[in-house]
Ligand binder design. Structure first.
Ligand code: B12
Ligand code: SF4
Length: 550
């Protein structure tokens, strides 16, 4: 019997630490746990009652609770892949069960057993040939259906001989020669005819259409108490998955597919209700009551989006709501007035660049002029605009930070996310630019500079990001917001100014290293010898990622 399942969301470089700063510093050493993994834990709990999730975004892992689990599912994006692999390695170092052992043996607490390790999530899917070396299995794509089949398949094997891949290698001796788990969307290491280790991938699995499950947030260890305690955690709900865009840098289309899958308006409303209740508390009352709809492009299916908005208007939900969408939404007056009625206070626009040449280069269908008009129209409906920006385009030239800051001020954008372009393996920008990457230490792929842009050195680019942030979050802008804006915008202005001071501090700390990298990179280009300057640091290179730039 499979008696115990554990889910782990691996932490990023800023994984959870207990500190007083968590009360006001968003994404410092606390941030929201993964909705996707909570959804999977909710689904799996219907099969195995003893199911629990740890998120290193909000707590530490209780290792003694992991050791006797039957299966541990680990979720990795690119920015937390290094840590995810480390966790997988640690669990697999618990001595493996002998080939042919039954699943019961795996779930005992004896030292000769260990849980089965399954990796999944965006990075594991797009890079399964890498991820599979750390896990017994990789489940590809959205897990809503595959996880059920996977657990069922293992349950069925339980009564028979259960051959386990030992240390990641499928051992045929003493076990059926046919791999017993042949469900679609699975990758694992196997042994070829001549004894060599090879990666096997089963047939492709279409992404699930039924994505109605409402995540049971109470399954996440320590989430309930922290959700109430910290304003830096807030209710988040994912209403639709995927996008039909063509942007070269986007891993969302690579992972979720170039189409959109939606949940019913009823499920979205109920999910929001539950998320709000989970985070609310009467004393002291929450300062930040905002709900975040985390869709990548909420208004892509316009009829559906309007039906969700109408359902919210008709419901008892009165929280302020923020959502991500593309600029086209700024020209749909009916949508904007429904959003206003549904208490949407803000739209996060993926603006990305401020020059048309970059839009063309990275196949983002828009122009600066259209974006500026869209922003003005959204604001005319009484909704604020947050800008999501990418720096480090090959079209960027020195002074781009100052220009971006000015764009933000001129267009009255009240908040922004500034990131350097990062390169998720599996996306077109990765393929086009992999020779320009400074390293492949995935945990550094979190918005700071990881490549050599065309017109600047890496350190210069990072300095441009600092300049843009400083201009957008100046003391003057903060004072202006405190005097001229109302309610939630005041709270956001304070919170985000603190967050950007923190970001700039982190970016500055990396400058000497980026200088060094830039220097080494130029050495490689002139064919001189190259030593990886990070080789001696504590950062660990993922398997197969140790590389010199030569
Ligand atoms: C909400 C969100 C956040 C929130 C909450 C994060 C969270 N833990 O959910 C916050 C604000 C904290 C955040 C922060 C960041 N984020 Co963010 N975030 C998102 C966003 C918009 C939605 C996440 C979501 O709910 N997705 C929907 C669910 C259903 O999908 P899912 O999580 O992938 O899970 C499904 C499958 O992947 C799969 N699956 C997942 N895990 C597993 C595990 C197993 C075993 C299996 C079988 C399957 C499986 O099944 C799930 C359900 O079907 C995504 C974009 C996106 N569309 O995913 C970006 C995204 C994940 N974020 C991204 C980034 C870069 C960041 C930051 C680095 C930004 C920054 N510069 O600081 C930080 C890093 C966070 C940190 N720990 O420091 C990138 C990641 C790119 C990458 N490949 O690594 C994304 C994809 C945005 C983008 N378009 O580039 N983020
Ligand atoms: S519009 Fe946004 S979500 Fe859609 S492909 Fe472009 S970057 Fe990705």
């Amino acid at each position: 019997m499979i008696k115990k399942l554990r889910f782990i969301e691996a932490g990023a470089v800023n994984r959870y630490q207990k500190t007083w700063k968590n009360h006001f510093l968003y994404n410092g050493s606390i941030c929201n746990p993964s909705t996707g993994l909570i959804t999977l834990a909710t689904i799996a709990k219907q099969q195995v009652d003893d199911t629990l999730m740890y998120s290193e975004a909000i707590s530490e892992i209780c290792w003694s609770d992991i050791e006797d689990a039957c299966i541990v599912f680990i979720s990795v994006n690119t920015f937390n892949a290094t840590r995810g692999y480390e966790i997988a390695r640690r669990i697999r170092n618990i001595p493996a069960a002998a080939p042919g052992a039954s699943l019961d043996a795996v779930s005992t607490t004896t030292t000769s057993s260990r849980p089965l390790v399954v990796l999944g999530g965006m990075h594991a899917t797009l890079n399964y040939t890498e991820a599979v070396r750390y896990a017994d299995y990789v489940l590809l794509g959205d897990g809503d259906e595959s996880i059920v089949e996977f657990i069922d398949a293992l349950q069925k094997l339980n009564s028979e001989c259960m051959p386990l891949p030992v240390d990641g290698v499928w051992v045929k001796e003493g076990a059926p020669s046919q791999m017993p788990l042949q469900i679609p969307g699975l990758a694992y290491l196997s042994q070829g005819d001549e004894g060599e280790v090879e990666v096997t991938r089963t047939e492709e699995r279409p992404q699930p259409l039924n994505i109605e499950t409402i995540p049971n947030r109470a399954l996440v260890c320590e989430y309930a108490e922290k959700a109430k305690k910290y304003n830096t955690l807030w209710p988040q709900v994912h209403a639709s998955r995927g996008c039909t865009g063509t942007c070269d840098y986007c891993c969302v289309i690579a992972h979720f597919g170039r189409k959109v899958r939606t949940r019913s308006p009823e499920a979205v409303v109920e999910d929001i209700r539950q998320a709000v209740a989970f985070h609310s508390q009467s004393f002291p009352p929450r300062l930040n009551r905002a709900v975040w709809l985390t869709d990548d492009n909420f208004a892509l299916d316009r009829q559906w989006a309007k039906s969700v908005l109408r359902a919210i208007i008709e419901s008892d939900i009165n929280s302020p709501i923020t959502v991500q969408a593309r600029w086209e939404l700024g020209f749909d007056d009916e949508m904007l007035s429904l959003m206003k009625q549904a208490n949407f206070f803000e739209i996060s626009l993926g603006i990305e660049f401020i020059d048309d040449a970059s839009f063309v280069r990275y196949h983002k269908r828009c122009t600066r002029e259209r974006i500026e008009k869209a922003i003005a129209n959204i604001q005319a409906h009484g909704i604020g605009v947050r800008g999501l920006f990418i720096m480090g385009s090959d079209e960027d030239t020195p002074g781009v930070g100052e220009r971006l800051g000015q764009f933000i001020i001129d267009n009255k954008i009240h908040g922004c996310l500034i990131q350097s372009m990062f390169f998720v393996p599996g996306t077109p920008v990765y393929e086009q630019n992999k020779h320009k990457l400074l390293h492949q230490i995935w945990e550094r792929y979190n918005g700071s500079v990881v490549h050599v842009p065309r017109n600047m050195s890496p350190a210069e680019l990072q300095q441009e990001m600092i300049d843009a942030s400083r201009k957008a979050y100046s003391l003057r802008r903060l004072l202006y917001s405190l005097i001229h804006t109302k309610g939630i915008f005041k709270i956001l202005a304070i919170g985000e100014t603190v967050w950007h001071v923190h970001l700039r501090h982190m970016w500055k700390k990396e400058l000497p290293l980026l200088h060094e990298y830039g220097y080494y990179y130029s050495q490689v280009k002139t064919k001189r010898s190259f030593t990886n300057p990070l080789a001696d640091t504590e950062w660990t290179m993922p398997y197969n990622q140790e590389r010199s730039l030569a």
